[in-house]
Design a protein around this ligand. Structure first.
Ligand SMILES: Cc1ncc(COP(=O)(O)O)c(C=O)c1O
Length: 278
């Protein structure tokens, strides 16, 4: 199934199959990628960390000077999810706000996520003006993935021209050296990922690796010398990395396996919680 097959859409509050939902070609969201978006994971039809995603949507809107009507979006997400239910076509919800003024909310199926991933480095310098903005201008991110796959890898790892490791096109990177967990700081102009924050929170709460994640810039050579490394994102949760270019890693390494299990346990705790907002 493609991610959007069977997908249900809400366009400015009108619910219909996504395949039949149309916007004008003149929308600057299409013409220039001028807009913002969020992707939120659904478990049993319920959105995980919805408030954190809406907070980021608001920050993105403020960043690109696009109004975000949070109350309307919240009620439209609720109505869409009630109409969609919890089938395989509805495992994530995507919110897009365009410069043309459209509110587009889609349910999506999960695309296949391999249990481990091989990365190829791609040179990339983040556009400073888009700092802290999850904009619809994602062609560079999508191209990075294609360039990596051309090299026989599964996914890209963005590295600056000066050799600093940033993130993958749609996920954050962590690494483990001598039992200590590290990730690049947000000051490296990477996305303030919801899952990155969640993983840091879970490590602190469980005491894994001393309960600490060190946020420190990392050069590629240092990362390649790490004992383990993994990606995190809303759709992946925790995904072990088995190779970066020609350097291989145990996947999962022992700390990665512990983190993945703790993250999954926390999601399961949330799933079984009676209070949907917990
Ligand atoms: C560039 C980038 N980094 C990291 C992530 C992971 O963010 P989140 O955990 O909020 O899904 C994403 C998600 O799409 C992303 O686009």
């Amino acid at each position: 199934m493609s991610a959007t097959e069977g997908s249900l859409a809400s366009l400015d509050g009108t619910i219909a199959p996504a395949a039949e939902t149309l916007i004008p070609v003149t929308d600057e969201g299409l013409i220039r990628g001028d807009g913002i978006f969020e992707v939120i994971r659904l478990y049993d039809g319920r959105p995980f960390r919805l408030e954190a995603h809406l907070d980021r949507l608001e920050r993105s809107g403020a960043g690109i000077r696009l109004p975000v009507d949070r109350a309307t979006i919240t009620s439209e997400v609720t109505e869409l999810l009630a109409a969609a239910g919890s089938g395989p076509a509805h495992q994530a919800v995507r919110i897009m706000l365009t410069r043309g003024g459209r509110r587009i909310i889609l349910t999506e199926a999960m695309h296949h996520i391999p249990p481990v991933t091989r990365l190829a480095t791609v040179t990339y310098a983040p556009t400073r003006v888009l700092d802290n903005i999850k904009s619809l201008s994602y062609a560079a991110n999508m191209l990075m993935g294609r360039l990596a796959r051309e090299q026989g890898a599964d996914e890209a790892l963005a590295v600056t021209p000066h050799g600093r490791v940033l993130e993958a096109p749609t996920s954050s990177i962590f690494w483990v050296t001598d039992g200590a967990v590290h990730t690049p700081p947000l000051s490296e102009h990477i996305l303030a990922s919801i899952t990155r924050a969640f993983v840091i929170e879970v490590i602190a709460a469980t005491g894994i690796a001393g309960g600490q994640v060190t946020e420190a810039p990392v050069g590629l050579a240092e990362l390649l010398g790490a004992d383990e490394t993994f990606l995190t994102s809303t759709l992946r949760e925790v995904q072990p990395v088995s190779a970066i270019d020609t350097t291989t890693f145990p996947a999962p390494g022992p700390v990665t396996a512990e983190v993945a299990a703790a993250v999954r346990a926390e999601i399961d705790r949330w799933r079984s919680a009676a209070d949907p907002a917990a």
